[in-house]
Design a protein around this ligand. Sequence first.
Ligand SMILES: [Fe+2]
Length: 505
Amino acid sequence: MADDDLRGGPGGPEVRSPQSDMDAAAGVDQGPERIHAEIEAAGGPRSFSGKQVRRARDLLARLYALRRAGRLYPLEHPAVTGAAHDLFAVIAAYHAEGTDVPLTFFEDEVLLGEQVLAEDSVLFDQLIRDMTAIGAGTVTFHRGLTPDEAERFVRVAGARFEEVSAGGGIRELAEQARLPHISISAVSVVRDDVEVQDQDAREAAKAVYTSALDLLRELERLIRSNQTLSAGHIKGTVRSLVDNVLRNRYAMLELSSLKSFDEYTFYHCINVAILSLALGSTLTRDYRFLSSLGVGALLHDIGKMSVDINVLNKTAPLTSEEWADIREHPVRGAEMTALTSGLDRAAMVCVLEHHMRYDLTGYPSRHPQRPQHVSSRIVAVADAYDAMTSRRPYSAPRMQDEAMGIIVRNAGSALDPTLVRLFVDMLGYFPPRSLVLLNTGETAVVVSPSPSDRARPIVRVIAEPGGVITEPFDVDLSDPAEGRDRSVMRCLDPTGANVDVADFL
Ligand SMILES: [Fe+2]
């Protein structure tokens, strides 16, 4: 059942130099400009007029006033209800023009839709910090909003960080306030008034990974009992993933090597989402594109959740009927995505196309054939890498360098060559958390790739030749002075070497 492997390509268990394969692949790599153009085309035109963008200042001023009033006065105080009605009036002006009002608060910026409001980002820096701190990364006021609902919104807009934490998160607070026309994306609560330390980044990354796992468990339960999915819950989780990949890229990439045999599909979907977003974010920071990519990546194998578990877990070769059933999963997944109102079409396309292959020889077949969407090609690279490095019922995991070699050898056939190059640039030939054997006989854990040399990462030496554990020390193998005498020979199996990589990171 090697449906997400790349056996159709020239891959195999032998390990060749990824460098020589990369050089060969360079011939078909047309550069990232082509991908940038596709992302721009996928994003479509800006959805807000100049007048609507200028009006955003008034909107932000009223939101700030509501937050302030909500923190100073009881909810029924005229200052609060008045501020809510003022906010409602300006939102109603957008709604009268036929548009919802999506605001994003991220790092030091505020966005209306995809448009960064540069001046307003300076003027409303306190509001941006406040909204980010309570986890309200995105607030969208949908058409149909009523003045009463705007009044109830103060329970969220005026909340303090401590109240949000005590209440179980921003989404729970919003649910209690009953806000059917206001969607608020949960983001990991990271205070902006302190610099994000490594430990904080790791904790935030773990929290979002856990909530994504919970979401997928819930989705499977709903799918297996024929219930509908909630777009709001999915998009909220993806928003957190996007935020964390942009802020804590290394902490998230570290987590993307987590595996579970029993819950392979869930972990695989999250890892593919993280890897896809990390790869996508090297090309663009366009929120709409990344959100849609994240939804497509997280749900790419959702169609498998309707396949018989005995077939999914079968270790023996599949019958042709079972194989046909498995190969239906992109279509089934796309149908489920399409039936979930509120998820965009690009995410559905991504689910449908993730096994299509760059050369269009995959499945489902297309008539007439047209290129895979750029998001689908990103997910295809991430999917192949994570699948190959995971233990599945029918195959042992491959070492990271071996998987990377196969990815590289499939550049231009199964996989987009430009995206493969960017993927290798991002992770290196020996990705973070790989256990590696050095030419000196020492054992090391890869800490991070080197931006200057894909084959010479920064490593943490943990054992002397012969396997005697030593006091760990870091070496940048790309540094001519520091790392000249050492190089990586190959990846090692941590289980075989009896090493828990996490102990050394
Ligand atoms: Fe798949």
